[in-house]
Design a protein around this ligand. Sequence first.
Ligand code: NAD
Length: 306
Amino acid sequence: MKFWQRAQNAGFKIPELPTESRERTFPDTNCVILDGKLVASLIADQCKELGKGRKQPKLAAILAGEDPASQVYVGSKGKSFANVGFASETILIPSSEASSDKLIETIEKLNADVSVSGILLQLPLPNKMDEAAITARIKREKDVDGFLAANMGLLAIGNFKDTFLACTPFGVMVLLAAYGINPAGKNMVVVGRSNIVGKPMALLGISADSTVTVAHSRTKNLPEICRNADILIAAVGKRALITKEFVKPGSVVIDVGIHRDENGKISGDVAADVRYIASALTPVPGGVGPLTIAMLTMNTALAAWN
Ligand code: NAD
């Protein structure tokens, strides 16, 4: 498995799931629950185990501004690091002090700090700053989000030994592998073409020998294209857009979307009726979300160890 090469070099293994977990289905369906939370916890266990006697990985998260969702994300990342015995620190920059110069100066300091293995610049940035230009200042070897052009480029040319894979699509690949779903020769349709999910997902699909189609907001006949998928990845950001009319019976469906309603209930891009025709599906919550954090933890370990 090419995407796993760097992890394997550091001693990580694709998590093995007990048979009863692999066969667990949504109630009243034959649709297997792709339990991202479980796979994430097994990755976390490996981080803890492999960390014994090795350099302690450390994440430095830069949180500029007061966006409440960003505060929650950075907080939960910190907790996950603490759970596996890794260090993390958050550098808070209030929006009144957040300028491009200030952020670049902070990044340069962290680039030079040998105790920091990985740097995370939490987006969105306040004050209409140029996010791409500022992110680009992170040292490639500390880009544990895998957002830099250099790391995306290594992925594109198939250098899996040196790149950092973007955490969400990396998590999707691990989930498929843990459930024994081999993308080789399958039709993979990725709905969404963002730099952080859709594009790296499509590149990972190609590297795993899938025949990949990327659909987006200007795609015509979306349901018909999605029905061609053996593996359908929804990374659209539109609540319940993908209904059963978009899904080929027996296909595998991965729901990347995260939406919170006014009561705080979380749901995804995939409608509830899809579970009656898909052979396997990620729940939301408990699917791709926890894996994204687990892969950030693993990427920070890889930055520290190899
Ligand atoms: P984005 O807004 O950057 O990209 C959305 C993509 O969907 C775009 O490429 C756009 O072309 C496409 N799109 C929009 N409307 C469409 C339509 N009607 N038909 C077809 N394509 C359409 O979003 P993103 O950052 O890629 O995130 C996508 C979703 O995934 C969001 O809900 C986000 O919250 C979620 N997300 C989850 C995780 C996680 O850890 N689970 C991580 C990142 C993003």
